[in-house]
Design a protein around this ligand. Structure first.
Ligand SMILES: Nc1ncnc2c1ncn2[C@@H]1O[C@H](COP(=O)(O)OP(=O)(O)OP(=O)(O)O)[C@@H](O)[C@H]1O
Length: 594
């Protein structure tokens, strides 16, 4: 997944602002409050500078100490009020920013978890994590701190500029001459940073992706002695990222000193012209110091406006990456007026179903027609790559068929609402997924309202209750990531309990005995039978021992139905595909290949 290129134009920022503003809208009054309070802080700074000039002229030059007290009290009050306004303003701005980041992350994550599993699998997972963590934080600058900083800095510039103009307009115009120079420098720097920022965001995603992949495959890495290879990959990506960060730091670091040099030139010009004005009696010393104070307060906001442009370049790059994610459309959606009947019987029918993966040369399934009466079991067998898992994706509506129809109780699956359909059809996936959490939470995953009694009943029916009670905290034992404390058979029995608890009329079991030895398979048969009892079941398997559970067997080959019928009939067919598979399987058991 690559991002669209960075367009450093203000239009691009505006487009991103419009896109993300709805998520900031609930905090708009916090932002307004922050701007107003930062203005109060500016006014207090202005008053402080003015009072300093008065102290110079009325106290320091004259030596009359009595005039100091009211001026000092005024100065102290202004400083305290300004400090308080700054504190509350920053607080409001930070609260709005963090709340926005949380909202954007939830929104983006909510979108990602609704994408088809195939679409998510095609993305690099580490890069996805980087987008959901670092990038969402960067985007905040476009709709939160950026505008607050821009408005308060612009108003500060205006306030100090007007004050300087009122005090000595000729001198003020002289100092303003430097403004276009600062603006020009900011634009040049912003362009350069924008180009680096895009690369930096991409490389950040790459670093997270490499680390995530290497950590999740650590056993394979060690078993094949490839520690150096993966460390090298991580080091290369990390090195590229470090170089880009250094380039970014160098460019933004050069901007500040450049502004300081311009500032110093201006202050020297003021001192020179001011000394001449004092000599001519047109300006007092206090007036000159006040003026210099106004100008020294004028430049930091100008500088922060420039730096904001630099920060926005990185935020735009992150915004483009988030937008790309949000613009990835789910492969399946609800039709208007989608059905959600309370009860379905569970009769399944596939009519001439065809499906081809995006970009694939040949279809994974072609002209597949099968009928499964409610409550019956169909076993789908076939060699690797025959199209069995593709069938599960179609039954769960992770993808829609390219041709033909899948019907539940005579209604096209596309006419049911997605969440209702997934309540009717429970999947036991090929890879048993145990989530981080307790045994109880894992079993109740598909039915959060289940009572303890329901959970124990499901675990008992799945022959899991005994081993669960033997765990350190029984049903409250926290299972590690992916259930690493459990054996393959135990994980599978927890998954069966989870599926049992959903109590849905249709079951799709994708290779439920994968990775289990003969003994474990035998022990699993009881729980599987209890799970399948009375439900329409599509049992996908390599394991022909499970075909005995079937009312009907479908043999797939190269995406097409090679043969189908009752197991006994298929068994009697000489030279049939089913007989050939049975033969291959029994030979494999009798004489394992070396
Ligand atoms: N995401 C994908 N993109 C492109 N082609 C795919 C994708 N997934 C599967 N295929 C192809 O579709 C065909 C059917 O794959 P499928 O996973 O359904 O087979 P299977 O019968 O479940 O195999 P196995 O028993 O090995 O799991 C294969 O040729 C496979 O290469």
């Amino acid at each position: 997944m690559t991002s669209t290129g960075t367009d450093a134009s203000p239009e691009k920022t505006l487009t991103l602002f419009r896109r993300f503003w709805p998520l900031m809208r609930p905090d708009r009054w916090r932002l307004v409050g922050a701007v107003l309070l930062l203005l109060v802080a500016t006014a207090c700074e202005l008053a402080g500078v003015w009072v300093f000039g008065r102290i110079t002229d009325d106290v320091l030059t004259t030596g009359v100490l009595g005039a100091l007290v009211p001026l000092a009290v005024f100065w102290l009050g202004a400083a305290a009020l300004g400090g308080l306004a700054h504190f509350v303003g920053d607080w409001l701005s930070a609260a709005a920013a963090e709340r926005f980041v949380a909202r954007l992350r939830n929104h983006t994550f909510g979108h990602v978890v609704r994408l088809s599993p195939g679409t998510v699998d095609r993305m690099e997972h580490g890069d996805l994590v980087a987008r959901l963590t670092d990038d969402v934080e960067e985007v905040e600058e476009i709709v939160g701190s950026g505008p607050v900083q821009a408005v308060s800095a612009a108003l500060s510039v205006l306030a100090f500029a007007v004050a300087a103009l009122i005090l000595r307009w000729e001198l003020a115009l002289l100092t303003f001459a430097a403004a276009p120079l600062l603006w020009f420098a900011a634009r040049r720097f912003s362009r350069r940073i924008g180009a680096v920022a895009q690369d930096e965001r991409e490389t950040n995603g790459e670093v997270v992706a490499v680390v995530e992949e290497s950590v999740s495959a650590v056993a394979l890495v060690q078993a094949y002695n490839r520690e150096e290879l993966v460390s090298g990959r991580a080091a290369a990506a990390g090195g590229r990222w470090a170089r880009l960060r250094i380039a970014q730091a160098r460019t933004s670091g050069a901007y500040g000193p450049l502004v300081s040099v311009v500032e110093t030139v201006c202050v020297l010009a003021i001192v020179g012209v001011g000394a001449w004005e004092i000599g001519a009696g047109r300006l007092s010393l206090g007036g000159l110091l006040t003026f210099a104070g106004f100008v020294s307060y004028l430049y930091p906001p100008v500088q922060s406006l420039g730096q904001l442009a630099l920060g926005l370049a990185a935020a735009r790059a992150a915004g483009a990456r988030i937008t790309e994610l949000l613009d990835t459309a789910p492969e399946v959606t609800n039709r208007p007026g989608a059905l959600r009947p309370d009860v379905v019987r569970g009769e399944l029918e596939l009519r001439s179903v065809g499906y081809r993966y995006p970009g694939a040369g040949r279809p994974a399934l072609e002209d597949l027609s099968v009928r499964v009466p409610a409550g019956r079991t169909v076993v789908v067998v076939g060699a690797s790559g025959a199209g069995k898992s593709t069938l599960t994706r179609l039954l769960l509506r992770f993808v829609d068929p390219e041709s033909g129809q899948l019907l539940l109780d005579g209604v096209d699956l596309r006419d049911y609402s997605l969440d209702a359909l997934r309540n009717y059809v429970t999947l036991l996936p090929q890879e048993t997924t145990i989530l981080h959490g307790t045994v109880r939470e894992n079993i109740a995953f598909g039915r959060p309202d289940a009572t303890d009694a329901d959970i124990v009943a499901a675990a008992t029916a799945a022959d899991a209750d005994l081993f669960i009670r033997a765990l350190s905290d029984g049903y409250d034992t926290v299972l590690g990531d992916r259930g690493r404390f459990l054996s393959g058979g135990q994980r599978q029995r927890i998954a069966i309990a989870r599926a049992l608890l959903r109590n849905s009329p249709v079951l799709v079991l994708d290779e439920p005995t994968t990775g289990l030895d003969t003994d474990a398979v035998r022990r699993l048969l009881g729980p599987l039978r209890r799970l399948m009892a009375g439900r329409t079941t599509v049992l996908i398997t390599h394991d022909l021992r499970l075909a005995t559970e079937a009312d009907h067997v479908v043999v797939l080959a190269g995406g097409q139905v090679a043969e189908q019928g009752a197991p006994a009939d298929l068994h009697r067919t000489d030279n049939g595909h089913y007989r050939a598979l049975l033969h291959r399987w029994s030979v494999a058991v009798a004489a394992p290949s070396r």
